[in-house]
Write a protein that binds this ligand. Structure first.
Ligand code: DCT
Ligand code: MG
Length: 427
């Protein structure tokens, strides 16, 4: 039997988790499926999901189908696959028989078919077919360019553009982000390590401290959840005195730019106003903080952990920031790989977010992820608690008031959820 050490009511009270034993359940003459369902909570934010995944063979398959759906403007299907994958990620042992899945939530017919295929044939034919499809391959290559979303990629594919050289040869004018994305394509498609993230953290902290002493900075996103690699590095910045954080981002960006650390940056202003915007709308909650999307230039020596960043940047010619390098893309990256190996730095995506201290706990919770965990928190708040949760605030629709919080623990408590630490939010 599958060992599903699930989160029972007793666990909410801090007791050890129960091991599911179907035979025992039968002996107790309970309705098996109902019992299991009540044992396995259906919202990812009610479960503890560590990075230890015993079912990668299934979750990789489901995640690929989720990705394909998301890239194809089928978000509903995407979420269904993500939820199914998340349930399997939270299991404490490998699934070896379909029967073990009876009663688990979020496993729809389609996901079960995929799992069955993998169990019986070692792979899912649908996943293999998708992986081989020209459309999926083109969507992956094109959305691999920083600044290119599914919609743009889709449009290009309809025009017959499937590869970087084809894009390069086309008459399309790329925006500034896409040009930078294309130039640093190979670097940006290489995972960022925790060590690189830490080094960048030291540099950003130095920038923050020199422009606003007393400001605080926290690593957020996947690295806060304990991941060893990521596609970018995310930081949240605040100041213990409300209002002192205003205008901070441009100063941090100027400092970093003056030292030659930024290959690209775009800052968006904070546009969230509680009085004006009212209860946060989930669709827009990612966009309203003062936020900087950047491509960081991480010097090689700093990459290896030595802290010579000051000296290194003085040696770094500013013209490496130039945005057009057509030759890089002609042969699908081999030239740029060559150059990547020679150049004494690598490009890394870095996101900076500034939040007022009054919203800090909400920002921290909202930016720690995972994406599915966040989505599930908001769904739980709305559907189960009649509340609206965003990265700015929590609004209680029943009481018609905002619920304040200065820690993540308080927000979980407001939501009637057991506190889940970042390392267990890897749904
Ligand atoms: N986030 C979210 N919804 C989104 C995008 C982001 O809730 N649509 C939150 C959750 C994670 C956090 O913002 C940072 O986003 P990413 O960097 O995309 O996620 P990550 O978990 O840090 O992934 P990676 O490790 O690959 O960077
Ligand atoms: Mg991230």
């Amino acid at each position: 039997l599958l060992d599903i050490s699930w989160y029972t009511e007793s666990m909410k009270a801090g007791h050890p988790v129960e091991i599911l034993d179907r035979h025992k359940l039968q002996e107790q003459q309970v309705d098996e499926s109902k019992e299991v369902e009540s044992i396995v909570p259906s919202y990812a934010c009610q479960r503890r999901t560590t990075l230890e995944n015993h079912n990668t063979v299934f979750t990789d398959a489901l995640s690929l189908l989720a990705e394909n759906a998301e890239l194809s403007d089928e978000d509903g299907r995407g979420v269904a696959f993500r939820r199914a994958a998340a349930v399997l990620k939270a299991l404490h042992s490998p699934v070896t028989d379909l029967l073990q899945l009876r009663g688990l939530p979020c496993l729809g017919g389609h996901s079960l078919r995929v799992i069955k295929d993998v169990l019986e044939n070692g792979a899912s034919s649908e996943v293999e077919f998708t992986k081989q499809s020209e459309r999926f391959k083109a969507l992956k290559v094109l959305t691999g360019i920083f600044g290119v979303g599914a919609k743009t990629a889709e449009r290009w594919i309809r025009e017959g553009i499937h590869s970087l050289p084809q894009l390069q040869d086309s008459a399309h004018t790329l925006n500034r982000a896409q040009q930078a994305g294309l130039e640093h394509y190979d670097d940006l498609n290489q995972p960022v390590t925790k060590a690189e993230g830490d080094t960048i953290g030291e540099i950003v902290a130095k920038a923050v401290m020199s422009v606003l002493p007393g400001a605080q900075m926290t690593l957020i996103g996947g690295f806060r959840r304990g991941k060893l690699t990521g596609h970018d590095v995310d930081f949240l910045i605040t100041h213990p005195e409300e209002g002192r954080e205003v205008g901070l981002m441009p100063k941090v960006v100027s400092w970093l730019e003056s030292k030659g650390f930024l290959l690209y940056q775009k800052t968006t202003r904070n546009s969230y106003l509680e009085s004006k915007d009212g209860p946060a709308r989930p669709s827009s909650n990612m966009d309203r903080f003062e936020r900087c999307f950047s491509i960081f230039k991480l010097p090689e020596d700093a990459k290896q952990g030595t802290k010579q960043t000051e000296t290194l940047t003085e040696d770094t010619p500013e013209d490496t920031c130039s945005l057009t390098t057509p030759s890089l893309v002609k042969d699908e990256g081999s030239e740029s790989t060559k150059r990547a190996n020679l150049k004494p730095w690598r490009a890394v995506r870095v996101d900076l977010v500034v939040s007022p201290i009054s919203q800090f706990a909400f920002a921290l919770l909202g930016w720690t992820g995972s994406k599915l965990f966040e989505r599930e928190l908001r769904r739980w708040a709305g559907h189960e608690k009649a509340m609206s949760l965003s990265s700015h605030a929590l609004y209680d629709n029943t009481q018609s008031k905002y619920l304040r919080a200065s820690s993540e623990e308080e927000i979980f408590a407001h939501l009637g959820l057991e506190y889940i630490p970042p390392s267990e939010r890897n749904a």
